[in-house]
Design a protein around this ligand. Structure first.
Ligand code: ATP
Ligand code: MG
Length: 180
């Protein structure tokens, strides 16, 4: 399994549709300060279901929508599609290629699609949760996060391990079932 491509439309500084193609192995994004490198990483976290505006370096969720520049008007929606190669079947879905799309409208919530079919955030989270690219923080190591892991409480540390081991999904299901 590897990330094949990602298309950003109206996401942060990417006003026009922009497609990034990835190969298996390591990808390095280089560019001058402010050119959008971190925005690419934010897009990756966002399409996989990130719910915290702060983790996306914004004040509110709508901050991911292109806010306009002196030469270009703001847009009304942001959309990111991530295509994952699943020929090794690492994702629990009967497709060799999986495209996850998240769309957000100004003033509205998020919509998700998996291979074009409307999906819930929960479906996206469950699809990814055993793959090692789930939504939790140790997948995307941001500045200062190594310190956070080193300084975590035993409970927080247990959470990191549970997600890596794939049991977090079951614990969350259990919590949901108990709430009903
Ligand atoms: P550095 O090397 O300093 O880390 P970077 O390449 O990671 O830079 P980013 O943080 O990805 O840069 O991009 C910052 C740019 O994105 C800023 O110019 C900022 O104005 C722009 N930007 C962020 N959110 C939006 C938005 N919603 N609409 C338009 N532009 C945005
Ligand atoms: Mg950056």
């Amino acid at each position: 399994m590897y990330l094949k491509s990602m298309t950003l439309r109206g996401f942060k500084s990417f006003a026009s549709a922009t497609t990034l193609e990835f190969e298996p192995g390591i990808t390095c994004v280089v560019g001058p300060n402010g050119s959008g490198k971190s925005n690419v990483v934010d897009a990756l976290a966002w399409v996989m279901g990130q719910q915290a505006a702060k983790s996306l370096r914004g004040g509110k969720m709508e901050d991911v929508i292109f806010a306009g520049t002196s030469g270009r008007a703001a847009l009304g929606r942001a959309e990111v599609s991530l295509t994952i190669d699943n020929s090794d079947g690492a994702l629990p879905i009967e497709y060799t290629e999986v495209t996850i799309t998240r769309t957000m409208f100004r003033g509205g919530g998020s919509e998700y699609r998996i291979n074009g079919d409307s999906a819930r955030l929960l479906d996206v989270q469950e699809l990814l949760s055993d793959s090692g690219i789930g939504r939790e923080m140790h997948v995307i190591v941001q500045q200062g996060q190594l310190d956070a892991i080193l300084q975590a409480t035993p409970e927080e540390r247990r959470g990191f391990i549970e997600e890596a081991a794939g049991v977090l999904k079951h614990r969350k299901r259990k919590e949901r079932a108990l709430r009903k």
